[in-house]
Design a binder for this molecule. Structure first.
Ligand code: CP
Length: 304
C-alpha cells in the first residue's frame, strides 16, 4: 500500500527517527542512483527556492528524473483545469508527486486522488512536514539529542506552517516551548490545545529578550506576507522582531538559531558570522533529509 507524507503526524516517532538515520547515511554518501528509471513530479503552485531545488536535487542524486513546473500560470490550470484533474493526469506519468499549493488541505486531497505517494511541500498555513524533518535533523546534529530541549519559536506563529509541523513532531520528545509573538501572530488555539492534550509545557510572550538566554534552539520565522488579507495589518507587524549579534551576548553556548528561510528583516546579517547561526547548514540538510523521505516512500529504505 502506498504511503504519503502530508502531515508530520502521518509518521510515527519510529519513522521520524528512521528518516533522520537515513539522512545521515545520505550526508555521508550523497550520490546513490538506485532510483534509475523512476520519474518524480515536482508541482509548485507557490514560489519556492529551497524546498523545490533541494527536492529536485535529491531526485537527481538518487538517479531518478524530474518533471513538473515552478509556475502554475504556464499550466492548464490557467484554462480552468481543476486540481483533481491535474493530479489524475500527472499520476499517470510518475512514481511520486511532490506538491506545494496555497490551499490548506490541498495535498491531502491530492493524495486521495493519486495512486502514487504524495509529499506535501507546504499547503497554505497548514503543514510543511519535509521542513520539519530537516529541522529535527538540524536539532539532532547540533544538540546531540531531541529530548529535554527548550525551543523558542519567534515571529509569525499564526501563519508559519513550519512552526505548526515542528511542535507536533517535537511532542514525541520531552520539549519545553516558548512562543514569542505579537498578539496578532500568536500560536493558534488548536496547536496549544494539542500540546495541552500531550501535557507539554509552553510559555507565551511578546518579548524576544525575555527567554533568549534560556533556550537551546531559537526558531526564527518570517512574517508571512502572502497569508495576510489586510495589508495594513501586515505593515503593523512586519518588523516585530529583529535579532542582531549584540543581543546574543548571554545566550547558552549550545544555542543554535534555526530559520526555515527566506528571511527578511528578522535576522540581521551580523548574526550570520556568530557561532549560533545554523540556518544555512539547516537548508543544506534539507537535501539529505529529502533523499531519505523519497527513498523511504518508494520502499528503498524500509523500517527494519
Ligand atoms: N523553507 C522553505 O520552505 O523555503 P522555500 O519557500 O524557499 O522553499
Amino acid at each position: 500500500m502506498k504511503k504519503s507524507l502530508i502531515s508530520i503526524r502521518d509518521f510515527t516517532k519510529e519513522e521520524i527517527l528512521h528518516i533522520l538515520e537515513t539522512a545521515k547515511e545520505f550526508e555521508q554518501n550523497p550520490v546513490q542512483d538506485f532510483l534509475t528509471g523512476k520519474v518524480i513530479a515536482s508541482l509548485f503552485f507557490e514560489p519556492s527556492t529551497r524546498t523545490r531545488l533541494s527536492f529536485e536535487t535529491a531526485v537527481n542524486r538518487l538517479g531518478a528524473r524530474v518533471i513538473g513546473f515552478s509556475d502554475a500560470s504556464n499550466t492548464s490550470q490557467s484554462k480552468g483545469e481543476t486540481l483533481k484533474d491535474t493530479i489524475k493526469m500527472v499520476n499517470n506519468y510518475v512514481d511520486m508527486i511532490i506538491m506545494r499549493h496555497p490551499l490548506e488541505g490541498s495535498s491531502r486531497y491530492a493524495s486521495e486522488v493519486a495512486d502514487v505517494p504524495v509529499v506535501n511541500a507546504g499547503d497554505g498555513a497548514n503543514q510543511h512536514p519535509s521542513q520539519t524533518l530537516l529541522d529535527l535533523y538540524s536539532i539532532l546534529q547540533t544538540q546531540g539529542t531531541l529530548d529535554g530541549l527548550t525551543i523558542n519559536m519567534v515571529g509569525d506563529l499564526k501563519y508559519g506552517r513550519t512552526t505548526h509541523s515542528l511542535l507536533q513532531a517535537m511532542s514525541h520528545f520531552k520539549t519545553k516551548f516558548v512562543f514569542t509573538a505579537p498578539e496578532e501572530l500568536k500560536m493558534p488555539k488548536e496547536y496549544k490545545e494539542f500540546l495541552d492534550s500531550k501535557g507539554i509545557e509552553y510559555i507565551e510572550t511578546a518579548s524576544l529578550e525575555e527567554h533568549l538566554n534560556s533556550c537551546d534552539i531559537l526558531y526564527m520565522t518570517r512574517v508571512q506576507q502572502e497569508r495576510f488579507t489586510d495589508p495594513i495589518e501586515y505593515e503593523r507587524v512586519k518588523d516585530c522582531y529583529s535579532l542582531n549579534a549584540q543581543m546574543l551576548a548571554n545566550v547558552k553556548d549550545n544555542m543554535k538559531i534555526l530559520h526555515p528561510l527566506p528571511r527578511v528583516n528578522e535576522i540581521s546579517q551580523d548574526v550570520d558570522e556568530t557561532p549560533y547561526a545554523y540556518y544555512f547548514k539547516q537548508a543544506e540538510n534539507g537535501l539529505y533529509v529529502r533523499m531519505a523521505i523519497i527513498s523511504y516512500l518508494l520502499g528503498h529504505r524500509p523500517l527494519r
